[in-house]
Ligand binder design. Structure first.
Ligand code: DAH
Length: 358
C-alpha cells in the first residue's frame, strides 16, 4: 500500500501537463486501475484483514484523487503565469493614430451637399437622370436640332452601338439640361427642381476636364419672370459664399431659353488672390434664362399655361471659387495628399443652421 502511494504521488508530482495527469488518474484510480484491482482482492480476504485493508484502500484512493485535483490546479496556474509572461501589452507605446485610414468628402460632393441644402430651403427638390442619354433628350428636346452649331460646339462624346439600334442611348450627356425634359415628362407642372450630376465633353486643360459636374435649375409655374430668377440666384450666391454677392446679368443666347442671360458674380483680384463678393471685377458662373416654349412643349407641358426659368452652373467651378482650388484637373486625379488637403470630414454634413462653409 505504501509502495503504491509513493509511486502514484511521485508520478503526480512529476506530471508535466493535463494529459499526463489524466493517464495517471486512469491507471491509478480509474475503473480498471490498480487501486480498483486491489479492491477486488478484498473478497478473498478474511473479515479481519478486510477491516484493515478496505478503509486503507479507500483512503489511498482519496489521497490520490486529491493529489490529482491539487496538481491540476497547479498546472492551470502555471499555464496562466506562462500566458501572462508571454502575452504582454506595452501600455507605454504611442497610441495608433486615429483617422489614419479614414477617407474624406470630395469637394464636389461637399459643394453638392451645400447647394442642395440652400435650394432645398427655397423649395427645390433634387431630380436625376442618366449620364448616357439619347440625342433627343440631350439636344432635340432642348431646341438644338441636328444642324444647330451648338451641337458641334459641345465636343460631344458619342457611343457607337454595335447592335445598330439608333434609338438607344448613345451620347454621354454634355449638360444636365436633359434632366429638365425627363422631369417635366415625369412630374408635369408646377415644378421646382435642381439636377446636380456629372457631364461629359471632350476638353482638357487647367479649367476643363472630360468629365465635370453641373447643377441645373428649373422652376415652372403660371407666373414666373426673370425677376424670380435673379432673386433666386442672388439668394443662392449669398448663402453659398456667406457674403452679400452682387450679380450681373448679361444678355446671351442659349437654344433652350428666350431671353437668355449669362450671370457674373462680383469679385476682386488682390495680390493674385480672387475674392468673391467684393471689388469691381466680374466672374462668369452660369447660363440661364426663361425656358423656351418649345422646350416646355417637348416636356409634355402646355407652354401657353406654364412658364419658368432655368439655369445651369458648374459645380466644380464654384467649388474652386469657394475653397480656393486652383486646378480643376486635380479634382479627378485621386491623389490622396490632395484629397486629405481639400477633402471634408465625412460625417460633418453641411446645412443652413449648422453652417455651410468648412
Ligand atoms: N446647358 C448649358 C451648358 O451646359 C447651361 C445652361 C444655360 C443651362 C442656360 C440652362 C440655361 O438651363 O437656361 O452650357
Amino acid at each position: 500500500m505504501d509502495d503504491l502511494k509513493a509511486k502514484y504521488l511521485g508520478q503526480i508530482a512529476d506530471a508535466a501537463d493535463e494529459s499526463a495527469l489524466e493517464t495517471i488518474r486512469v491507471t491509478a484510480v480509474g475503473k480498471k486501475g490498480e487501486v480498483a484491482l486491489k479492491m477486488r482482492e478484498l473478497g478473498k480476504m478474511t473479515p479481519e484483514e478486510r477491516q484493515v485493508a478496505g478503509p486503507a484502500l479507500n483512503a489511498l484512493k482519496d489521497e490520490i484523487n486529491s493529489a490529482i485535483v491539487a496538481k491540476r490546479a497547479g498546472l492551470a496556474d502555471a499555464a496562466l503565469d506562462e500566458r501572462l509572461r508571454t502575452e504582454w501589452l506595452d501600455v507605454t507605446l504611442p497610441a495608433r493614430q486615429r483617422g489614419h485610414g479614414q477617407g474624406t468628402m470630395h469637394p464636389v460632393s461637399q459643394v453638392t451637399e451645400e447647394l442642395t441644402a440652400i435650394f432645398a430651403e427655397m423649395g427645390f427638390a433634387v431630380a436625376e437622370g442618366p449620364r448616357i442619354d439619347t440625342d433627343w433628350y440631350n439636344f432635340d428636346a432642348l431646341n438644338i436640332p441636328s444642324h444647330h452649331p451648338a451641337r458641334a460646339e459641345m465636343d460631344t462624346f458619342y457611343m457607337s452601338r454595335a447592335d445598330g439600334d439608333n434609338r438607344a442611348p448613345n451620347v454621354l450627356r454634355t449638360h444636365t439640361s436633359p434632366v429638365q425634359i425627363r422631369t417635366m415628362e415625369a412630374k408635369g407642372a408646377p415644378l421646382r427642381i435642381i439636377c446636380p450630376g456629372g457631364v461629359y465633353r471632350a476638353d482638357y486643360d487647367q479649367t476643363h476636364t472630360p468629365m465635370f459636374h453641373q447643377v441645373e435649375g428649373l422652376a415652372l409655374d403660371r407666373d414666373i419672370s426673370m425677376a424670380n430668377l435673379k432673386w433666386t440666384l442672388e439668394e443662392f450666391f449669398s448663402a453659398f459664399f456667406e457674403i452679400d454677392v452682387k450679380t450681373r446679368f448679361r444678355a446671351s443666347h442659349f437654344p433652350f431659353t428666350e431671353p437668355s442671360a449669362e450671370v457674373d458674380i462680383q469679385c476682386s483680384w488682390v495680390d493674385g488672390q480672387l475674392r468673391i463678393g467684393e471689388g469691381d471685377g466680374w466672374m462668369e458662373v452660369l447660363g440661364s434664362g426663361m425656358v423656351h416654349p418649345s422646350v416646355i412643349a417637348a416636356g409634355g407641358i402646355d407652354p401657353e399655361e406654364w412658364q419658368g426659368f432655368a439655369f445651369g452652373m458648374g459645380i466644380d467651378r464654384i467649388a474652386m471659387l469657394k475653397y480656393g482650388i486652383p486646378d480643376l484637373r486635380a479634382f479627378f486625379d485621386s491623389d490622396l495628399r490632395w484629397l486629405r488637403h481639400y477633402g471634408f470630414a465625412s460625417l460633418d454634413m453641411p446645412n443652413l443652421h449648422g453652417g455651410l462653409s468648412r
